[in-house]
Design a protein around this ligand. Sequence first.
Ligand SMILES: [Zn+2]
Ligand SMILES: [Zn+2]
Length: 256
Amino acid sequence: MLFDTHVHLNARQFDEDREEVIKRAQEAGVDYMVVVGFDRETIPLAIEIAESHDNIYAAVGWHPVDAIDMEESDLGWIEELSAHPKVVAIGEMGLDYHWDKSPAEVQKEVFRKQIELAKKVQMPIIIHNREATQDIVDILKEENAEEVGGIMHCYSGSVEIARECIEMNFYISLGGPVTFKNAKKPKEVAEAIDLDYLLVETDCPFLAPHPNRGTRNEPAYVKLVAEQVAELKGISLEEVGQTTTRNAFKLFKLDQ
Ligand SMILES: [Zn+2]
Ligand SMILES: [Zn+2]
């Protein structure tokens, strides 16, 4: 039993063989997934995929790299979609200082607006962070994001910051990098953080885990992430699968 909490099956990289990829995931024991839509093109397809598959859900938000393109009407659209029965979270949202398409100030404003929206509709948020850890933690605090909580997706920070995020009602989601030989921090986090606060994800088609690094990632590979977490913790794959799935159910309010 596995729950891939962050997939982009709505990416064009899957246009040719989307259904086969979903079937392979099911065969690998990936029973549940959340497809993340983050702009005008990827959101409708995330909804469509979630509507046509029983155990696939959707998240809707605006990516920080494209913050500059977001208009007021997009925020209204995201709010409308939050009422859709298959939508379980708002995001991904956050800050990305690696690419310079959107100025930091614009990113911060778009991030704050989405946190505000999530609090209004009472849904958890999915956080994308690239080279912006301190500003993200500050904004989450200032906006009182603790009220809704959510996911630090593809977490690559320190154990210390992870604990700070958990204090704010966030789960720590580990992806492909935890399997990379040179990725010290995600391995430390997998070891130190209690399984009750961890999730697993692929972020496919990006960041394929070892030994598939550099190829197109897909949800079936979340098993490699879970296996690595199990090995680092000295527990079984089953336990990692069951507990992280239970965590995701609780977070996305699927168990009610
Ligand atoms: Zn992301
Ligand atoms: Zn993503």
